[in-house]
Ligand binder design. Structure first.
Ligand SMILES: *Cc1c(COP(=O)(O)O)cnc(C)c1O
Length: 368
């Protein structure tokens, strides 16, 4: 059996460190916004290269609170990609704004920056790019557009912990805010829900700390309507252990991706993921395109090998949004959604496992 991610093996490797850290936290008895959350916030801020990190309850909350702190509100438009997890657009709707979906680049699957420029209206307040599958969006181009029209950039970094842009800046350090998720299967994942916002702005960081804690700047003094959205102290313990290994984990993901790339090169009806020549891809997913993806998926399943479709339906065609976007046609997103297939990729994946997956895909496509 080969899963999409192997959290059990990773836990066995980290067990002693995690259990020792948890025991200390239990003994310390500070479970809400305790010392590990504070230390983890500082460690992530230093890693990403920004002044502030603010831990929250999930990646979705990170996006929601970041949009609030950026002042995005009812009547505003936020330009984003339809080829992402629903949370990206949900967060825009939570603040009363309207997601404006533009198409993706067919090579990287990231937001097409020329279409972003064309979609700006007087109501546009922000751009919300996603660094999809662990590869940075074209931030240099987005920064030019944002500067020209005075827009905020909120980065969705849920899949890109550790990734660098083409000009070697860490994702999460570029926009007004970088929004991370620590959902268990992400590159840096905890054992439950968790999220964090990075920002260089003191004002935004302070506002986020108030928003995540019931609108409270001082205990029992509430300046605005806030939320209960804090990164859990025990999750922070686990994340601090894993943060030490994140560069190693991401390098192992690149090893797996490279081996897939060699084993699957030049197959008919199979487009392998495009890797930008500059920057650092962290391969949250290894996603190929094939018109025969359902046959590949069935052949893998027959050998007990997992695969997944991220994402089968672009957001403007989801039932929740469909009626509002009947006039929106985004042909590249729609085609990619109909052909994409993500293969197992995780740091602990052995070369032998990669070769087994690749061999089945080769025989499926060559046997046609
Ligand atoms: C996982 C994910 C989120 C949401 O994160 P949660 O921690 O599950 O709330 C948001 N955007 C993208 C692109 C994601 O992959």
């Amino acid at each position: 059996m080969i899963p999409m991610v192997d959290l059990k093996t990773q836990y066995q490797n980290l067990r002693e460190e995690i259990e020792a850290g948890l025991e200390q936290a239990f003994i310390g008895g500070r479970f809400i916004l305790g010392p590990n959350v504070k230390a983890f916030e500082e460690e992530v801020a230093a890693y990403v290269g920004v002044a502030h990190g603010v831990g929250v309850a999930s990646g979705t909350d990170a996006l929601h609170l970041a949009l609030l702190a950026a002042g995005v509100s009812a009547g505003d438009e936020v330009i984003t990609t339809p080829f992402t997890f629903i949370a990206t657009a949900e967060a825009i709707c939570y603040v009363g704004a309207r997601p404006v979906f533009v198409d993706i680049d067919e090579k990287t699957f990231n937001i097409d920056t020329e279409q972003v420029a064309a979609a700006v209206t007087p109501a546009t307040r922000a751009i919300l790019p996603v660094h999809l599958f662990g590869q940075a969006a074209d931030m240099a181009a987005l920064e030019v557009i944002a500067a020209r029209h005075n827009l905020s950039i909120i980065e969705d970094c849920a899949q890109s912990f550790g990734a660098d842009t083409a000009d070697n800046r860490k994702t999460g350090s570029l926009g007004l805010a970088g929004c991370f998720s620590f959902f268990p299967s992400k590159n840096l994942g905890c054992y439950g829900d968790g999220g964090l916002i990075t920002t260089s702005s003191e004002r935004v960081a302070e506002h986020l700390r108030v928003l995540r804690d019931h609108g409270s700047w001082q205990r029992y003094h509430h300046s605005e309507l806030g939320f209960n959205s804090r990164l859990d102290e025990l999750q922070a313990v686990i994340l601090r252990v894993k943060l030490k290994y994140i560069d190693q984990y991401n390098a192992e993901r690149r090893r797996v991706a490279q081996r897939y790339g060699e084993a699957l090169a030049e197959l008919p009806d199979c487009i392998l993921p495009y890797q930008e020549p500059h920057g650092t891809h962290v391969y949250h997913q290894y996603t190929l395109l094939s018109p025969h993806r359902d046959e590949i998926r069935a052949a893998l399943a027959a050998q007990e090998i997992a695969s997944a479709i991220y994402y089968p339906i672009p957001l403007h065609r989801q039932a929740v949004f469909e009626r509002a976007y009947q006039e929106t046609h985004l042909p590249i997103s729609e085609r990619v959604a109909s052909q994409c297939l993500s293969l197992p990729i995780f740091p602990e994946m052995s070369d032998l496992q990669v070769d087994r997956v690749a061999a089945i895909i080769r025989s499926t496509l060559l046997g046609k």
